[in-house]
Design a protein around this ligand. Structure first.
Ligand code: COI
Length: 348
């Protein structure tokens, strides 16, 4: 049973929800559960506040820290739901196993998410694409500088009102010098270290005027993998194509959603490796008509410019496949198209 201590002072009346900058505004509450003495304890929802943490907390030193990015939406008729929470729990569990962290029971995770969203649902912006971005975070809180697997953890859920993270088509650089993930590494775990390690190459690309990089495989730098905050799709000869989720690519929930919707719409799909060479020749000969990114925070966003070794390409298609997929997803989310896959879990 999750206990709730309501925040006596809500920040909502003084918050402008029309175009919130991603990740800047927090809602009124925080969910906290503790792992200690070999078990996860019942969680509580408390007023949003700072944590008290030992400087010895193991996560700060050795990066035993994983997270999820999920969204809660309102349907057109005003019901609130969380999108694919069980799948987020499955991915979180996989990430935690890779980082030697104790599994969070599914029942605890799902109850925490729905109780929390129920309490914070007034924070969902009414704008198109408006959502409550949920950030479940689990990290090693045990105070010990010794290099070891922690025996104490905190599981938090925080939230921010959001609209899709990018407001305009992206310009990306295919990164062939630095790598995000190597085989056998942690590329398919949503662990904090993957993001910190990506900052430097991304920062260099941003200094050159790009929004993001598209990573390539660490061994040969000849196959594309994913982009910083998104999985990548290209429409090649009319086929919706995306690299297979291997150990080095994060299994995006939005990626999977888009593939399912494409199958439902009889759009041909293929999960296969895409070489940088194929990408470049596809732009040159016009066989690549669309390239876009998908992610929970990013939603579905066109990539307008792709730079390969200093040569810049723009697909010449009208993004009709991406637009059809995006609007079908939007119709499911707003409740106007049947949710045949039971992705929406209502909290009220
Ligand atoms: C998400 O899309 O939810 C992510 O976690 C990517 C990024 C915001 C860290």
């Amino acid at each position: 049973m999750i206990t709730i201590e309501k925040n006596p002072v809500s920040l909502l009346p003084q918050t402008d929800l029309t175009a919130p900058v991603f990740g800047k505004i927090h809602t009124d509450h925080l969910f906290v559960a503790e792992y200690k003495n070999g078990t996860w304890h019942e969680g509580k929802i408390i007023p949003f506040q700072h944590l008290s943490l030992s400087p010895f907390a193991l996560a700060l030193h050795y990066a035993q820290s994983v997270f999820e990015g999920m969204k809660a939406f309102n349907t057109a008729d005003g019901r609130t739901y969380v999108f694919r929470p069980e799948d987020h729990h499955t991915r979180l569990t996989r990430s935690m196993q890779r980082m030697c962290m104790p599994e969070i029971p599914k029942s605890l995770f799902l109850e925490a998410v729905s109780t929390f969203v129920h309490l914070e649902k007034e924070w969902i912006p009414s704008a198109q694409g408006g959502a409550l971005y949920l950030r479940p975070l689990v990290f090693a809180s045990e105070a010990r500088v010794g290099v070891k697997i922690a025996e104490e953890y905190l599981f938090l859920i925080m939230a921010c009102p959001t609209v899709p993270m990018y407001s305009k088509p992206l310009s990306v650089k295919v990164e062939t010098q630095y790598a995000r993930a190597a085989e056998g590494g942690t590329g398919n775990a949503k662990c904090a270290g993957n993001y910190g390690a990506a900052f430097y190459p991304t920062h260099l690309a941003q200094q050159e005027g790009f929004d993001q990089v598209i990573w390539t495989d660490a061994k040969t730098h000849s196959f594309i993998e994913e982009s910083g905050t998104m999985n990548v799709f290209a429409v090649i000869n009319g086929v919706l194509t995306t690299p297979p989720v291997s150990g080095t690519i994060l299994e995006g929930i939005t990626r999977d959603t888009i593939l399912s919707i494409a199958k439902r719409m009889n759009i041909p799909t293929e999960e296969r490796k895409i070489s940088v060479e194929e990408l470049e020749s596809g732009f040159k000969n016009g066989s690549i008509t669309e390239i876009f990114g998908t992610g929970t925070a990013a939603a579905v966003i066109p990539i307008q410019k792709v730079s390969i070794d200093g040569r810049t390409y723009s697909p010449e298609g009208e993004y009709s496949i991406m637009n059809q997929l995006g609007s079908t997803l939007q119709s499911i989310r707003s409740g106007t198209l049947e949710d045949t896959q039971h992705w929406m879990v209502f909290v009220d």
